[in-house]
Write a protein that binds this ligand. Structure first.
Ligand SMILES: [Zn+2]
Length: 551
């Protein structure tokens, strides 16, 4: 309370404020205090005692209990009726590695080797799946984007057929800034989208051709991440509305297959990046695939707390941060605990720090929700579950602000907006950053599609404007080169490794400083009446406009 009074006195006198990060609203905590709070939470959440916070383990139990206790101690209400938890049911599916994929027709016949020449699996949660003699169609990028007047499935019925799809999008392929988002990936470029669209079109099997450039990673990443247990949300319909088979072909396999059908893969690939492309059937070629799955069901929890709005409580601003990480790998010699200190004890700690900041404010007009989600590392599952089983109406969810990995290298001059150019939330963030004498900048590698790879994306998919920003690399004390070197060091040596451990020497003043603009954005939105939207041309705007229609 003392600080609050001091702030009021300074404002009355018109005195300039020093420190600049904590002068927004009537903050009762300054950067140093937030920094201390972050250290305390991260040290605990990333300790060996928490066993790497894997879903459905004793590490989860400790994590979610700690979060509940913290929200209770702050006097912040449960977010799911009288509970701080939302139960998330997950199914672990392991496809046996003797899966068979063969293609034949005319003079062509091939059986592709699992993990070497192809990889297949299924979202359908059933034990045995078989596709027999399914016709094959090349559907280019496999995109239906009405707002861009683009439809790769126009004039062709692929129900029961096998579709072959290119990765990324025509904008990346042509580097034409006028086509899609040019070099920057749109959601239509993500492999997850390709499978969703193929299912909507009724395809029996969907196979993406892997190419390292447009995918953003090598074949090993595809084959290793698709082998072994896959975790998905348990689906009431067992995901029977998905294609029976989803998978990838190597570039070599695809080229051989096209040649077998008397077609030129490279030539068709170029044609597919041009407006007006039509899908091409692969002559007489037919696909047969069979796989066997073992299935296991388990439960995990999202943790949710809220500060109810006094005027329009059903209108919410939702902060997210995933509490989970990779757990323990018993087969690893030496240190085998994936502590996930940066990823994402930092974001979880930030969520708690924001909860504390908001709890010290006058009650907002709209509700502010703090959602710590599970199973991000297994494919953004906790946030997907929330988006598919929302506690607050999606159409009245004003915005999502996501935190995944906060900076540990001290204050930075800039804030990086991932998916820059998406929504009006960036204008709010820019204003808040300017108050600190900082600015926002676009992410350096938009072609990798990072915007589609953390929890905010599940909100975006439902049309909710979602902001995902990161600490910049332009260090106030040591410059840009040094900052970039630190970031690279994390990526090379600690990202998703047991060495992502807490270090009491970390300079979390930058992370603390980043929290204030997030606070400002949510605080401002919580007092407003308007609903910010996506920028014109964004792929999620039509969904938002439709959901807001008539409200
Ligand atoms: Zn993460």
């Amino acid at each position: 309370m003392i600080k609050l009074k001091l702030f009021a006195a300074l404002t009355l006198l018109g005195a300039p404020l020093i420190g600049c990060s904590d002068d927004s609203a009537n903050m009762t905590l300054d950067t140093a205090e937030v920094e201390a709070i972050l250290h305390q939470h991260i040290a605990l959440l990333a300790s060996d005692e928490y066993e790497g916070r894997a879903p459905a383990t004793p590490g989860e139990e400790k994590t979610i209990n700690y979060l509940q206790q913290q929200f209770e101690a702050l006097g912040i209400a449960p977010g799911n009726g009288d509970s701080y938890f939302q139960s998330v049911s997950v199914t672990e599916t392991t496809t046996a590695s003797d899966a068979v994929l063969s293609m034949k027709g005319g003079n062509y016949q091939a059986t592709f080797a699992y993990a070497q020449e192809m990889i297949v699996g299924s979202q359908q949660q059933i034990a045995a799946i078989e596709v027999v003699d399914s016709e094959v169609v090349f559907v280019g990028y496999g995109i239906v984007a009405p707002e861009r007047n683009w439809n790769d499935y126009a004039g062709i019925d692929v129900s029961g057929k096998t579709v072959i799809i290119l990765v990324n999008d025509p904008g990346y392929a042509t580097q034409d800034a006028e086509l899609f988002n040019g070099n920057a990936m749109t959601y239509y470029g993500r492999w997850t989208y390709k499978f969703e669209e193929a299912a909507r079109q009724g395809a029996a099997a969907a196979l993406i051709v892997h190419e390292t450039g447009p995918a953003g990673y090598g074949w090993e990443v595809v084959s290793s991440s698709w082998s072994g247990p896959q975790i998905g949300l348990q689906a009431a319909n067992l995901n029977l509305d998905r294609a029976e088979i989803e998978g990838w072909l190597t570039l070599d396999s695809a080229e051989a297959l096209f040649a077998g059908a008397g077609l030129d893969y490279q030539q068709l690939k170029s044609a597919a990046a041009q407006r007006g492309f039509s899908a091409v059937p692969l002559a007489d070629i037919k696909t047969s695939v069979s796989i066997e799955n073992s299935l296991r069901v388990s439960e995990s929890q999202n943790v949710i707390a809220m500060i109810p709005g006094t005027q329009r409580p059903e209108e919410t601003i939702i902060y997210t941060g995933h509490w989970d990480h990779l757990g323990v790998n018993a087969e690893l010699p030496g240190d085998n605990i994936y502590n996930g200190a940066v990823d994402n004890a930092t974001g979880t700690a930030a969520l708690l720090a924001l909860a504390r900041l908001h709890s010290q404010q006058a009650a907002p007009a709209r509700s502010i929700v703090f959602l710590a989600v599970t199973a991000e590392e297994s494919g953004l599952l906790g946030s997907q579950w929330y988006a598919e089983h929302p506690i607050f109406p999606l159409a009245k969810t004003v915005a999502n602000i996501n935190m995944d990995a906060m900076g540990t290298n001290g204050p930075m001059k800039d804030i990086v907006v991932v998916g820059y150019g998406s929504s009006e939330l960036e204008n709010y963030l820019e204003q808040a950053a300017n108050k600190q004498g900082r600015h926002i900048i676009p992410e350096p590698t938009p072609e990798r599609g990072y915007y589609y790879r953390s929890d905010h994306f599940n909100f975006a998919k439902m049309g909710i404007p979602a902001l995902y920003a990161e600490s910049g690399e332009d260090s106030v004390e040591n410059g840009r080169e040094w900052g970039a070197k630190q970031a690279q060091d994390y990526t090379d040596n600690r990202y998703h490794a047991p060495s992502d451990e807490y270090n009491s020497e970390w300079d979390l003043s930058g992370a603390a400083q980043d929290i204030f603009p997030y606070f400002d954005v949510a605080d401002k939105l919580s007092q407003e009446i308007r609903f910010p939207n996506w920028f014109e041309g964004n792929e999620f705007k039509a969904i938002r406009d439709a959901s807001r229609l008539g409200l």
